[in-house]
Design a protein around this ligand. Structure first.
Ligand code: SAM
Length: 223
């Protein structure tokens, strides 16, 4: 068996055993996760572990999220296919790739230049032409391309950053972990004529969002 065939098999098993069994049935999410080679987004020494039911270290004390959490957060955005999406926390670029198969364009921001560069190279090598990787403090959002129909934050914030709420389009949805270090809830925010509304979904544990509208730098550490 060629190595890529064994990764294909592991990827199918990941979708069946970790995602479908946890009641994610959105066909576009399942298809994206069945086809995107997640092992190419992790350091080579961890490639054999890429399809396991857990996050994996990607350098700079940061992680690529557990596959189920990627699926759940993507599903919670209720994407239709024509959205401009903002992701905060590019990390490996894997979540951006999943989103990119489902929407018009993904702008994704990473604060660590080295991770941003590596993610951009991976996405380019895999022909994801509708992803723009930006370097900087994503807690401020990226007003230049706003408003966004969907926003996903893949690092934990003490509260929903106001600039991100301001950059969420009318009718848009934002998903992010909110809480203290090591312990947060996924929140889904919506924006309608009456304002912004939020609901808590499930408990999660993410690395911190570090920046002006996140945690302070010295509070940073992988969870
Ligand atoms: N979505 C990523 C993936 O698919 O690999 C995983 C994200 S990892 C859990 C969180 C990322 O958020 C880290 O790469 C971290 O450096 C980044 N981050 C933390 N604070 C940030 C900020 N203010 N702006 C942009 N990125 C930030």
């Amino acid at each position: 068996m060629r190595p890529s065939e064994s990764f294909d098999r592991l990827r199918w098993q990941m979708v069946v055993q970790q995602i479908e069994t946890r009641n994610i049935s959105n066909p576009a999410v399942l298809e994206a996760m069945r086809t995107i080679p997640r092992h190419l987004f992790v350091p080579q020494k961890y490639q054999q572990h890429a399809y396991e039911d857990r996050p994996i270290l990607i350098g700079k004390q940061q992680t690529i999220s557990q596959p189920y959490i990627v699926a759940l957060m993507t599903d919670l955005l209720r994407l239709r296919g024509d959205e401009m999406v903002l992701e905060i926390g590019t990390g490996s670029g894997y979540q951006a790739a999943v989103l990119a198969t489902m929407v018009r364009h993904v702008y994704t921001i990473e604060r660590h230049p080295e991770l941003a560069r590596r993610a951009a190279l991976t996405l380019h090598a895999l022909d994801f032409n509708n992803v723009t990787v930006l370097e900087g403090d994503g807690s401020r959002g990226w007003p230049e391309f706003a408003p966004y129909e969907a926003i996903m934050v893949t690092a934990a914030a003490p509260k929903a950053p106001q600039p991100l709420l301001d950059q969420l389009a009318l009718g848009g949805r934002m998903v992010l972990p909110v809480g203290v270090r090591g312990k947060q809830y996924l929140e889904v925010w919506t924006h309608d004529e009456e304002g912004h509304h939020s609901e808590m979904v499930v408990p999660v544990s993410f690395v911190p969002l570090v920046g002006e509208y996140g945690f302070e730098e010295n509070e940073q550490e992988a969870q």
